[in-house]
Design a protein around this ligand. Structure first.
Ligand code: FE
Ligand code: FE
Ligand code: ZN
Length: 280
């Protein structure tokens, strides 16, 4: 199955997102668990969650991705902000139990001058306290572009979080194509090599989702500015290879390109066209 979708606004609830996804030809989507500035989360309406679960089952959706607010920083130098990050993720994961079997993606954090070793240590320790073996959500570390003091700019940094986390076995990874290109991995030119390296360092079995974004900036720029598919430095052929690659093709692909709904619908149609051995 080709699982393809995009980031949607959660402001009108779960069922609304499911219907919106269907209206643009998507069978997965991503949403923020609370507003991106990290305010208090809205209470979950169990009926709304149940209605989305039904819609997803009836329409053969792939896993959906809940995205933590990007202000959440598990390796802030300020202990109060680290505590806040821990509370937010704990609360988000409790709420995700209303949608069992899905994914929760977060930006590992920014070490803000503490150094990457301290950063990975703090992130791993927090995850060790939060993750529960009986949780029905897989928590994903996102590959980052390496802007500022972002942690997760290389596969090794993600590996180091996983290794230091007492419950590292439970962690997965979400690979963002714009971020890894900006991070210096030639995903457009040498996809096979990049995936081999990912497999060697992190393990392909941990890869659970792909953020499909072109990049406004060249390889290794460490900028993190997303471009529409085919309109950036990666180019359309790169995406054709990515969505058809045997190691990736069964994962959920999620667009985070600068688009409104009609633009997303067009990109989804374009990608479906580029999909080989059509199974949708
Ligand atoms: Fe992200
Ligand atoms: Fe992303
Ligand atoms: Zn990004």
């Amino acid at each position: 199955m080709f699982y393809i979708g995009c980031h949607l606004s959660a402001s009108k609830g779960f069922l609304h997102m499911g219907k919106e996804a269907l209206s643009i030809g998507a069978n997965t989507f991503q949403f923020f668990t609370r507003n991106p500035r990290g305010a208090k989360a809205k209470a979950i309406d169990p009926k709304d969650a149940a209605a989305l679960r039904d819609l997803m089952a009836e329409n053969h959706f792939g896993p959906v991705i809940a995205h933590a607010p990007y202000t959440m920083n598990a390796c802030s130098a300020d202990p109060h902000l680290r505590e806040l990050a821990e509370q937010m993720m704990t609360d988000d994961l409790e709420r995700m139990e209303h949608l069992p079997g899905n994914l929760y993606n977060f930006h590992p954090g920014s070490h803000v001058g503490q150094g990457v070793e301290t950063g990975t240590e703090q992130i791993a320790a927090m995850l060790g306290r939060i993750l529960q073996p009986d949780q029905h959500t897989t928590v994903l570390l996102e590959t980052m572009a390496g802007k500022g003091s972002e942690v997760g700019r290389s596969f090794e940094e993600l590996r180091s979080i996983i290794d230091q986390c007492p419950k590292g076995d439970l962690l997965g990874v979400c690979l963002d194509t714009c971020h890894i290109s900006d991070g210096g991995y030639p995903v457009a030119e040498h996809l096979d090599d990049v995936l081999e390296e990912f497999d060697r360092v992190v393990g392909l079995k941990r890869l659970k989702a792909i953020h499909l974004n072109d990049s406004l900036n060249p390889l290794g720029s460490h900028k993190d500015r997303h471009a529409k598919i085919g309109e950036g430095s990666l180019g359309i052929e790169a995406f054709e290879k990515i969505i058809n690659h045997p190691a990736l093709r069964d994962l959920p692909f999620c667009l985070e390109t600068p688009n409104e709904l009609p633009g997303y619908a067009a990109e989804i149609a374009l990608l479906k066209d580029l999909r080989k051995e059509k199974d949708i």
